[in-house]
Design a binder for this molecule. Structure first.
Ligand code: ADP
Length: 505
């Protein structure tokens, strides 16, 4: 039977979304609608200040648990599932015994800063530019390489075992693939590989020079595969069925795919606690010197797509501050109601630089500020100005991306908790001067992995087929002209300048 006929006898694609605080599983229909979902939190381990670990067995146990639960909730059967897609917290590092599948150390989570000193030492030794040129990444503890090195240095006998090929390294996708396939497949996809700091994004291979710098044996690395292909089949003894694993991507890249940002210049922003912006830059990596990260978006067949990535530290967290710190809101969602009570922010600007400022300012010493207060200022103005600050910060990153990639964006796709705020979305559209599309399914991260799997197993024949069934919930069109935009942005920039360098080093 042809792949297309086989999948026509089924109904769903299962997406496993392994996040930093919980494991989730979503069953999508072929039309991209959610048929069922299940979610379980698992413990965060903080051995010291700034250190974060996960138990890889809790990750695996919760992930397999929610997969079964999501299916059971609708009385489904594995026969109805065409395949599995995996998306995951990125950079988090697991090292396990190849034979037994047992981890030799807890997973070191992307947030963990334990290798900060080692990164400083590498900077002093002058490796920053080389690493940036080869991997597109900043030399920072965030990425996997220094975490692997830490495990090899701190678990007795680990390096010797790794050299003999008896240990496996993997990001969380690899860890799940290994377990799901009954220890048969040790692989990762290009998007996850590009976050390890060991992967050359030009040659699309593990880089021998980087492996030497970090002293990591190649024998422990997973095979790197395209983001949409058959990785292997789930072991019947584990899931009770043999299903193809057909799509794998890191969470942000998966969300870019789930938003159908298939063309160069397509851009998405996830408005969560912080904001994550990714812009598809096409088939060549755009290297910048301005703090944006260059990353592999995905590979389909032999075609590689790249992206630029930037983030805003304080996004939804600014609303949490209004709610929990200033106590002028009962819920983040109420901000929309108060913002609409005034016709503008009354000249008030809020710069939520609680933890310093990222791109394009890069100032760890900046601190937050409310400026432009008069006797006419009310809490509504402050709430409105706080929402507006999310849009200004986003616009700053977008402008930097446009300049770096020499691409003018034509629109923005949005998701994440604060994208539900209609005032914020309208204002964002006005400030950027482009339309904003909010999709019907805001589970774009999980959806991306489902789409990638659907392409591999024959549910979808092309990007166009995916786009054809992708639904927009609401479109926000800009209603202001360029002169207004420039005026607003110049006031914002004047405000930001006043926050820079505030905290004494
Ligand atoms: P994360 O994945 O980072 O936990 P979410 O995507 O779940 O974040 O979004 C949660 C954030 O969105 C919170 O910081 C919250 O303050 C903010 N948020 C949620 N709903 C709204 C809303 N309607 N308007 C503005 N902000 C919101």
């Amino acid at each position: 039977m042809k792949a297309r006929e086989m999948v026509s006898m089924k109904k769903y694609i299962m997406s496993l979304d392994q996040g930093t605080t919980s494991s989730r599983a979503i069953l999508f229909t072929y039309q991209g609608e959610i048929a069922s979902k299940a979610q379980r939190e698992y413990p965060q381990i903080f051995p010291k200040e700034g250190w974060v670990e996960h138990d890889p067995m809790s990750i695996w146990a919760t992930q397999i648990g929610v997969a079964t639960e999501a299916l059971q909730k609708i009385g489904g059967n594995w026969d109805e599932v065409a395949g599995i897609g995996i998306t995951n917290q990125r950079e988090t590092t697991v090292v396990w015994n190849r034979e037994t599948g047992t981890p030799i150390h807890n997973a070191i989570v992307w947030q963990c800063r334990r290798t900060a000193e080692y990164c400083e030492q590498l900077k002093k030794e002058g490796y920053e530019d080389l690493i940036k040129d080869k991997t597109g990444l900043l030399l920072d503890p965030y990425f996997s390489a220094t975490k692997i090195r830490y495990i090899l240095d701190n678990v007795e006998g680990a390096r010797e075992l790794a050299q003999k090929g008896e240990l496996c390294f993997g990001t969380v996708d690899s860890w799940l693939i290994y377990q799901l396939t009954g220890k048969k497949v040790h692989a990762t996809d290009v998007s996850n590989a590009s976050r390890t700091m060991l992967f050359n994004i030009h040659t699309m291979q593990w880089d021998d020079e980087l492996l030497k710098i970090f002293d990591i044996p190649k024998a422990m690395l997973p095979k790197v595969l395209p983001s949409s292909c058959i990785y292997g089949y789930t072991d019947e003894k584990i899931l009770g069925a043999s299903l193809p694993i057909g799509g794998v991507a890191g969470d942000q890249q998966s969300s870019l795919f789930g938003q159908c940002c298939f063309e160069a210049g397509d851009l998405k922003n996830t408005y969560g606690t912080g904001a994550f912006l990714l812009m598809n830059t096409g088939d060549k990596p755009t290297l910048t010197g301005n703090g944006l990260i260059t990353t592999v978006a995905w590979q389909i067949g032999d075609k590689v797509s790249y992206a630029l990535e930037g983030s805003v530290f304080a996004c939804g967290s600014a609303l949490q501050w209004l709610r929990d710190g200033l106590k002028i809101l009962d819920s983040a969602a109420d901000s929309e109601y108060y913002a609409a009570k005034v016709k503008d922010s009354g000249g008030v600007m809020v710069v939520p630089a609680f933890q310093g400022l990222g791109a394009p300012w890069w100032d760890p010493y900046a601190r937050g500020m409310i400026i432009g207060l008069t006797r006419a200022t009310t809490k509504n103005h402050i709430i409105r100005a706080t929402l507006e600050s999310l849009a200004y910060q986003t616009a700053d990153v977008v402008e930097l991306m446009e300049r770096s990639a020499h691409i003018k964006v034509k629109g923005l796709k949005v998701d994440g908790g604060a994208s539900a705020n209609n005032f914020l979305m309208s204002f964002q559209s006005d400030i950027l001067g482009v339309p904003i599309e909010r999709p019907s399914c805001i589970e774009t991260t999980a959806l991306g992995a489902a789409y990638l799997c659907g392409l591999a197993v024959g549910v979808y024949a092309s990007f166009d087929e995916i786009k054809a069934q992708h639904k927009t919930e609401r479109l926000f069109e800009p209603s202001k002209d360029q002169a207004w935009r420039e005026g607003q942005v110049s006031v914002w920039r004047r405000a930001v300048e006043r926050t820079l360098g505030w905290k004494e080093p």
